[in-house]
Write a protein of this length. Structure first.
Lengths: 691, 59
């Protein structure tokens, strides 16, 4: 009884502290606010949601059964299926779900002010993203670790299965293109960044050779070697930047860099994994964990001040980074960190095959996503501690604020975010760059934010090093996602083409490998190319499209989960996934509608295409813009078709799910639940292996 | 203290996959004692190929 009262008191304190922090953030107007409030609010919200909401879902809705043998135990093959300590599974799961997305989305959404993004990251995660990840993990664990696509097919029917497969492949293509664009924008005319990012390729290969040829399987030794070389490459990039004759080799505009990324993507997809992809992944995982921990410590220690206002005038849709109103675009731009459909592929992939007991599902599924959401909050802090004028100067594309520095600062200052050319030049000089203007995409402004936080924690003299360290760190795991995504996309394409001609489906038949890899690279390379030649920066088009596709994948996962809940006779509790599903359906449908029907040329695809076509016909475009205009017009119409296709997929699967639920409630025949039968676990005696 | 450090080291090795071959050998000895186990390098290449044929990394 005593501990009970104590625990009630403690949770009451957490609740009060959390409410005060969230309230303080939400109600603050016109004053600067300490970043520690963001961290406090986030930690309290996650703690309460984990302790009460997640616990209620697992014990009352999902009915997690600790006596039930998991697939890892029943199908243990010492390889894919293997009962594993829950902290180890948590580590693997988190490393797999956390990519560059939660760093980029919040940075872009900061154009609305810090408040909308922060609230959406917190609420979206605890009610949406964490629930999706946990529920998908649970259902997949109950179904021998089956994938989302397979579950959709088994539980809803063929339509669901096909929709999941096609959506996954399309989102992958858009995702790789937009990430490629982020890297290109960070490397543009920056010999330091370009040479450092380029150096990560041979470094990964050296590590690969070490782990495969020299000391097979000694992962830690190889990684340590790689991390040291990476840090040296950051310093080496600074040296190259100072060498006339050498620096020109790495000083390029966007387009050649885009071609280089495309060529790299193709090479990475056809090289053996041990040479490039696997070692790069080891390095990016260590860099990722190290940087996230360092950033959290620096924020807690320094408690920087958030300078961005709670809300900016850009909530009306006139924002420079991407066009569109607060609703729905704040919820589209921040996908990862609040709710990310991609996670459902991991939660129904490798993770369920490692879980040794069902009671670990809350910690791994719900807890893993809460941690990713926390990373997104830190990205929001890093973006909003910058002077708003500086933030907009870095992130606004030249097509919006003007090519000349004087024009850009005049325009940005006229919005009420004062910034001067001298200030930007000084900042660029401190960061070791020629210019920081128009580096749209989030990575550079995040790097400046991180550099200024790290710089004031560990010494101002190192600002340029910290900046390029942050760029290298983002580039290395963006390139990992690019390699891995191209490869998986290739497998999916081979799977589909194998139905037409079985030979094409053979994953080790070289002509098919070349053909399908080339097709996937060409698909994302096309969108990357368009993004680079687009005078409005490309991010304006590609990132919302990525957000829409990622949210639609989440909607597919939530539809599958809702269908399973209803079929298991849990209609009363189906709102736990039904509610976030409804919200996603609302925001993605609204976003697609606006992308198609809006008159604003920075929002509507057709509006932009028509306006460009009119200008082209009237001959008012300068020659270099007229040359690319037909390509841009075609691309805008293609994007419109793609957005419409995404929305059609969404409603197809929602209606299919509702049809199955209705039939079930009427007692008609539906596909049976595909849950594996109960088997009692033998692992209980060996509980030490788990804890 | 010594025990804690050893536990931490074990966790790091397991998380990174550094002890993968030892775990493979243990599993192999228990599950298929009559067939020879793969040598270290072949095991590593096989395991890497398997690992990267599914979706392992997110956005």
């Amino acid at each position: 009884m005593k501990t009970n009262i104590l625990s009630i008191l403690i949770w009451l304190c957490v609740a009060l502290l959390g409410a005060a922090a969230v309230g303080g953030i939400a109600l603050n107007r016109g004053e600067s606010i300490n970043a520690l409030w963001f961290i406090t609010a986030a930690l309290c919200v996650y703690a309460i949601a984990y302790r009460f909401y997640a616990a209620w879902i697992t014990s009352k809705v999902l009915l997690v059964d600790p006596t039930r043998a998991t697939p890892a135990e029943r199908l243990n093959d010492g390889h894919d299926y293997m009962p594993t300590n829950r902290w180890i599974v948590f580590g693997h799961h988190f490393a797999a779900i956390a990519g560059p997305g939660p760093l980029i989305g919040p940075t872009l959404a900061a154009q609305f002010g810090y408040l909308p993004g922060t609230l959406w990251i917190l609420v979206g995660a605890v009610l949406g993203g964490c629930v999706q990840d946990m529920v998908t993990l649970f259902f997949s664990t109950r179904r021998n670790g089956r994938s989302l696509g397979q579950m959709a097919r088994d539980e809803l029917g063929a339509i669901g299965g096909v929709a999941a497969l096609v959506a996954t492949m399309l989102i992958m293509i858009i995702l790789i293109a937009v990430l490629g664009l982020v890297v290109v924008n960070a490397m543009k005319h920056s010999p330091w960044a370009t040479s450092t990012v380029a150096a990560t390729i041979p470094i990964a290969m050296i590590v690969g050779l070490y782990m495969y040829k020299l000391r097979p399987g000694r992962v830690l030794e190889g990684s340590l070697l790689g991390v040291i070389l990476l840090l040296l490459s950051v310093a080496g990039g600074g040296w190259i930047d100072q060498q006339p004759g050498l620096r020109e080799l790495f000083d390029h505009p966007g387009l050649p860099l885009a071609w280089a990324v495309i060529a790299y993507g193709f090479a990475a997809a056809i090289l053996p994994v041990w040479l490039l992809l696997a070692p790069r992944d080891y390095l990016s995982t260590y860099m990722k964990l190290g940087t996230v921990i360092l950033l959290a410590l620096a924020i807690v220690w320094l408690q920087p001040t958030v300078k961005m206002p709670a809300l900016t005038q850009f909530t009306d849709g006139s924002g420079p980074i991407f066009g569109g109103k607060l609703f729905p675009f704040a919820f589209i731009v921040i996908a990862c960190g609040a709710i990310s459909g991609f996670h459902a592929l991991i939660s129904s992939g490798t993770t369920p095959k490692l879980i040794s007991n069902e009671r670990d599902i809350r910690m791994i599924g719900y807890g893993g996503m809460a941690l990713e959401s926390f990373v997104a909050i830190m990205a929001m802090v890093a973006a909003t501690v910058l002077d708003p004028g500086v933030f907009f100067a870095i992130n606004s594309p030249a097509g919006v604020v003007g090519k000349e520095a004087a024009d850009a600062v005049a325009k940005i200052s006229s919005w009420g975010f004062p910034v001067t050319v001298e200030q930007m030049n000084l900042l660029a000089q401190q960061m070791g760059e020629a210019t920081l203007f128009a580096r749209t995409g989030g990575a550079p402004s995040l790097a400046v934010g991180m550099a200024s936080i790290f710089g004031s924690a560990f010494g101002e003299g190192m600002l340029a090093m910290w900046y390029h360290f942050a760029i290298m760190f983002e580039a290395i795991f963006i390139l990992t996602t690019l390699d891995a995504g191209t490869r998986v996309g290739r497998f999916m394409l081979q799977d589909i083409l194998g139905n037409l001609w079985p030979k094409l489906g053979e994953t080790s038949w070289y002509p098919s490998v070349l053909l399908t890899s080339g097709m996937i690279v060409a698909a994302w390379g096309y969108f990357l190319y368009i993004g680079v030649i687009d005078p409005n920066g490309g991010i304006n088009i590609l990132w919302p499209l990525f957000g829409i596709s990622n949210q639609i994948l989440a909607a597919i996962a939530l539809s599958v989960a809702t269908g399973i809940l209803v079929k298991s006779g849990k209609l009363r509790h189906a709102w736990i996934t039904g509610l976030p599903l409804g919200w996603l359906a609302l925001i993605t449908s609204t976003a697609v509608w606006e992308k198609l029907a809006s008159d604003d040329v920075r929002v509507g695809f057709f509006a932009a295409a028509n306006s460009l076509a009119d200008k082209l016909a009237a001959g008012t475009l300068p020659p270099e813009k007229a040359a690319v205009a037909p390509t841009l017009i075609f691309n805008l119409r293609l994007d419109a078709a793609l957005a419409l296709f995404f929305a059609a997929m969404l409603w197809l699967i929602i209606i299919d799910m509702l049809r199955i639920c209705l039939r079930h409630q009427q007692g008609k025949r539906v596909p049976p639940l595909s849950e594996a039968p109960h088997q009692r676990t033998q692992l209980e005696e060996a509980a030490w292996a788990r804890d | 203290m010594g025990q804690g450090l050893r536990l931490l080291w074990r966790a790091i090795r397991q998380l990174s996959g550094d002890d993968g071959y030892e775990r493979y050998l243990a599993h192999h000895a228990a599950a298929h004692p009559d067939t020879p186990a793969l040598p270290r390098r072949e095991w590593f290449a096989y395991q890497q190929r398997q690992k990267w044929s599914v979706i392992k990394r997110c956005c």
